[in-house]
Design a protein around this ligand. Structure first.
Ligand code: PDD
Length: 275
C-alpha cells in the first residue's frame, strides 16, 4: 500500500521528510483521522471542514482543495476492509530552527491508510486525570505530548483511556470525547476551546436525537460523572465504547448499559448504510 507525501504516492519506507520540518522540530502542524467502512469514508466533508478549521487556528490555509483531498483519500483506501486514513499537514521546512513562523514555506502534506482494530464490546476501564493540556484543544494539533503522557498513565493502570478534568468538570478523553447517562438523559460537554469537536460525538448526538432519546450538551462535574449510570467514549477509531469501570469503581452495574446498547446499534446501522 502506498502513502501520499507532497504530491506523490510512494511506498511507506520511501516517504521522507527533512529534519528541519517544523512538524518534527516544533510539533507545528495539524491532523485528521477519518474512519473508512466498506471502502467508504465516514463524514468526509465534516473531517475536511474540521481540518480547515484547525489550519486556520494555526494561521495556515488548506494547501489543497476539497476535491484534491477527496481524490487522495480515495486513492489511499485499500479494498473494503475497515481502515482509517491519517492526514497530516505541517507548516513545512523552515530555513533554520526558529520559533517565529517563516514566510513563504511550502506545507508538508502526508496521508496514509491503516487497518482499524475492532473495538472491544465488553467495555473498557478508565481513570480520571487533571487536564494539563493547553487551552486550544479545539485545534487538532499534532503536538500531542500531554495526551501521550496522560494516556500512558491510564495504560500503566490497566486502563484504556484517561478522562480529563479541568476545574472540576470533565472535558474529554486523551483521544476521545465523553458521554454519560445521568438520570436517563444522555449528556456530553459543550463544544469550546477545552475539547475537540469530535465528528463521532456530533454523529452520536444526531443519531440519538433522531431516535427521540433525551440528549443534552452541558457541563458535567466530576462528581456527577463518577456517579453516572453509563459512560461512553467516542472517537473515529473507537466508535462508541462503553466504560464499565472508572477509577476502580464499577460504572452502573459494571457492564455496558442499555442506552449504550441502543446507541451502538444505531451507530453500527449508520456504518452499514454508508455510501
Ligand atoms: N483522536 N478528542 C481528542 C483529543 C481526540 O484526539 C479525538 C480523536 C477525539 C474524537 O474525535 P473524532 O470523533 O472526530 O475522531 C476527541 C483521533 C482518533 C486520534 O488522535 O487518533
Amino acid at each position: 500500500p502506498l502513502v501520499y507525501l507532497n504530491g506523490e504516492f510512494l511506498p511507506l519506507d520511501q516517504a521522507r521528510v527533512s529534519v528541519l520540518d517544523r512538524g518534527f522540530l516544533f510539533g507545528d502542524g495539524v491532523y485528521e483521522v477519518i474512519p473508512v467502512y466498506g471502502g467508504r469514508p465516514l463524514r468526509l466533508e465534516e473531517h475536511l471542514r474540521r481540518l480547515d478549521d484547525s489550519l486556520r487556528g494555526i494561521r495556515m490555509t488548506s494547501p489543497l482543495m476539497r476535491s484534491e483531498w477527496s481524490e487522495i483519500i480515495g486513492r489511499l483506501i485499500d479494498g473494503v476492509d475497515d481502515q482509517s486514513v491519517y492526514v497530516q499537514v505541517t507548516r513545512g521546512v523552515g530555513p533554520a530552527r526558529d520559533h517565529s513562523i517563516p514566510v513563504g514555506v511550502r506545507p508538508t502534506v502526508f496521508a496514509m491508510a491503516s487497518p482499524i482494530t475492532p473495538v472491544p464490546v465488553t467495555g473498557v476501564r478508565a481513570i480520571t486525570l487533571e487536564d494539563i493540556r493547553w487551552r486550544w484543544c479545539n485545534i487538532k494539533a499534532i503536538t500531542l505530548l500531554p495526551n501521550v503522557l496522560l494516556r500512558q498513565q491510564a495504560v500503566d493502570r490497566g486502563c484504556a483511556e484517561a478522562v480529563l478534568v479541568r476545574e472540576g468538570h470533565v472535558t474529554e478523553g486523551t483521544a476521545s470525547n465523553v458521554f454519560a447517562v445521568v438520570g436517563g438523559t444522555i449528556v456530553t460537554p459543550p463544544k469550546g476551546p477545552e475539547l475537540l469537536p469530535g465528528i463521532t460525538r456530533d454523529l452520536v448526538l444526531e443519531l440519538v436525537r433522531a431516535e427521540g432519546l433525551p440528549a443534552r450538551e452541558r457541563a458535567i462535574s466530576l462528581e456527577e460523572f463518577s456517579g453516572a449510570e453509563e459512560i461512553w467514549i467516542t472517537s473515529s477509531t473507537r466508535e462508541v465504547l462503553p466504560v464499565v469501570e472508572l477509577d476502580g469503581r464499577p460504572v452502573g452495574r459494571g457492564s455496558p448499559g442499555p442506552v449504550w446498547e441502543r446507541v451502538s446499534a444505531l451507530y453500527q446501522d449508520f456504518k452499514r448504510r454508508l455510501k
